[in-house]
Design a protein around this ligand. Structure first.
Ligand code: PLP
Length: 394
């Protein structure tokens, strides 16, 4: 039997991959499973989006290949929204890249910018397509641990010079999955300046730009002076509009960088279903009507989750963005063992910090993607597992 090569075997297990099968097995055993694993809410997309998708799907031309161009109206909607939301101008045809979800674009981009010997700086814990893209491109990941010490920020000054000299990509994601950290503007200014000095591509993953609370408005990296020289920014329809399954997102960058990603994609895919892009146009057009109400639902869930998990004995910051709580475990409780027992004994799915790499050890992630009542129930169950661990440690 032919065997896969080293770059494949270097891939770790994907932390969410086992969840559906395990959930099914538990449900068949009659367990009342509460899934707080994936960042995938139980809420509906904007009704206008589903109507536009259905209408477009009935038009024969929409069922043909989209190719890289896709639906011009989608590019124009993205460009218009980037202007309304951030005050930034991007040419819809040379500076916007439609994606089959932002994960796809993030992973494929590395193929054009990394080769053997090049370093990619990767936040750990972090979204795993950074690591996947790097390993599949035969780049060398340099994992920067996101810990409370640096407010969960990647601090380039803490990285050895010889690593920085070889760095071709820096992945940043704020608001952050899984820590829910946000990046202050002076920090972003420092990072952009350093990337320019190092001639390092800044891959800015802004999947959670619209999911923020308490008056916080996440910026685009392109609001920072000089970012156009070195950055590409990824956006997603998934979290903003509850459209995770649609697989639709985009990247924006200056034409040379956008064109590089677009060229890679011409060899690996043939575009998002154009009816999906038509639905996405309707969603983007409903942004000002839809997003505030949707964020209010997440805020209610956040408040319920924070209260319940704090009452159950866990500590963690109140997130100002994303759909995640990043909760600390007492020393001596391995996150994988905790998550495993929480699932096996109490039927609650959470993600152990170690699933995001060793830098995530000591924490676990809760997605506040279901009702306040179910979140409260999950916290009570998690508290029981915590107490039984504490008894064992004592
Ligand atoms: C930080 C981050 N980036 C990107 C994505 C990918 O989003 P999508 O591929 O659905 O657009 C996710 C999804 O969980 C994420 O958490």
């Amino acid at each position: 039997m032919p065997h896969p090569v080293a770059r494949f075997t270097a891939l770790p297990e994907y932390p969410l991959a086992w969840i559906p099968a395990r959930k099914r097995e538990l449900t068949q055993r009659g367990v009342d499973v509460i899934d707080l694993g994936a960042g995938d809410a139980d809420l509906a997309p904007p009704p206008r989006a589903t109507e536009a998708l259905a209408a477009a799907a009935r038009i024969p031309a929409m069922n043909r290949y989209g190719f890289g161009m896709g639906l011009p109206a989608f590019r124009e909607a993205v460009s218009g929204w980037m202007h309304r939301r951030f005050g930034l101008t991007f040419d819809p045809f040379s500076e916007v890249v439609p994606l089959i979800g932002s994960k796809e674009g993030i992973a494929h981009l590395a193929l054009a910018y990394l080769q053997r010997g090049d370093v990619a700086i990767i936040p750990e814990p972090g979204y795993l397509s950074y690591l996947g893209g790097t390993i599949l491109s035969e780049g060398t990941p340099y994992r920067f641990p996101l810990r409370p010490r640096t407010n969960f920020l990647v601090e380039l000054d803490d990285i050895p010079d010889d690593v920085l000299r070889r760095a071709r990509i820096l992945y940043l994601n704020y608001p952050n999955n899984p820590t829910a950290a946000i990046a202050p503007r002076p920090y972003l200014e420092r990072v952009v300046e350093r990337c320019r000095e190092l001639d390092c591509l800044l891959v800015y993953d802004n999947a959670y730009s619209e999911l923020a609370f308490d008056g916080y408005t996440p910026p685009s990296i392109f609001e920072i002076d000089g970012a156009r020289e070195v950055a590409i920014e990824f956006h997603s329809m998934s979290k903003t509009y509850n459209m995770t399954g649609w697989r639709c997102g985009w990247a924006v960058a200056r034409p040379e960088i956008a064109g590089t990603l677009a060229k890679v994609k011409t060899f690996v895919d043939t575009g998002t279903f154009m009816a999906v892009q038509a639905g996405a146009v309707a969603a983007i057009e409903s942004w000002s009507d839809f997003v505030p109400g949707n964020v209010a639902v997440f805020k209610e869930r956040r408040d319920a989750a924070v209260k319940a998990f704090h009452e159950a004995g866990f500590s963690g910051d109140v997130p100002r963005a994303t759909m995640y709580l990043w909760l600390a475990l007492p020393e001596g409780i391995p996150s994988a063992a905790f998550a495993e027992r929480l699932l096996e004994e109490e039927g609650v799915v959470v993600l152990p910090g170690s699933g995001f790499g060793v830098g995530g050890e000591g924490f676990f992630r809760v997605s506040f993607i279901t009702s306040p009542e179910r979140l409260a129930e999950a916290a009570v169950r998690a508290g029981r597992v915590l107490s039984s661990f504490a008894e064992r440690v004592a």
